[in-house]
Write a protein that binds this ligand. Sequence first.
Ligand code: SAM
Ligand code: SF4
Length: 330
Amino acid sequence: MDKTSLTDTRARHLKYLRISVTDRCNLRCSYCMPRDLIPKLTHADILTYEEILRVVRIGIRLGITKVRVTGGEPLIRKGIFDFLKALGALEGLQDVSLTTNGVTLEKHLDQIQAAGIRRLNISLDTLDRARFKRITGRDSFDQVWRGLQRAYAMDFKPLKINVVALPGLNEDELEKMAALTFEYPFHVRFIEHMPIGKNNVATTGRLLTPEIKRRIETLGVLVPVQPGLTDGPAERFQIEGARGEVGFISALSRHFCENCNRLRLTAGGQLRPCLLSDRQVDLKTDLRNQVSDDQVAERIMAAVRIKQARHGLTDEIPKKVCGQMSSIGG
Ligand code: SAM
Ligand code: SF4
């Protein structure tokens, strides 16, 4: 067992762990969960912070170097800032980042900074207040925008803005979102809507990267940006003359499975080797049965062994993943 233990038979080295710390959320984005969804997990069902930290420590021994904390909405779980601090203090992690909907970001930025987090992803699908309410179920655009501005003023970087491209909901705003990169050094990333869990967005008539890119190109030439060593699946570009970047995450139209380096720990303690498959390994039962670290490591490696070559979803096959995005973490 060593730092290469999470390399699968296709030579993919899974060194990036995404952790959903809660399946609860203060928004109800129509593309993520239905308005009436009551999160299923009770307090006892979700992993404790100690359990998550143990998984990460064991993961580091096996080669994990990068962690992202997500949810549900991570900033609404009690004790999150102490957890982030503990995570940041673990030796062997090169990168700890956070994905948030930004609703409570403004008032928590000092604690996030004090915990050592520099990299933030903020989800924002529109720049229009009324539309924000329509998409998320809550009139919180102003709070999110203030949080984003304060994070910028506090020099968090890179500041990534996640935009899910939604036909009929925000498709007429994609250029406007991309144009933010002329004014700010933000990384605006357009994400294809994925058929995951119960949500209120039709799985037909998707807006896919080739069309999104075509629209963004009306703003200027897209100059490719060299990917960094720990980069994810986004194809990165700079619009000529812009300060920031645009990125495209094309899970459906351009499979990036051959380069996937991710594992996902769900809020309920399941380890999933692929976002777009319901295959998973139960870590929670082991963690609660006082098994040894080596046995937990063996279970983590079992998740690596069941990672398939590529996911089976395309823009044409109307398959669906049953797990809920808010529990898996995105
Ligand atoms: N609540 C936080 C947030 O919204 O940033 C973190 C969790 S959320 C599940 C993580 C990311 O997944 C967000 O950027 C969200 O837009 C994205 N997302 C949610 N449902 C999606 C779907 N069905 N397809 C594509 N992206 C989705
Ligand atoms: Fe909540 Fe994030 Fe899902 Fe929106 S995308 S409902 S903010 S978990």
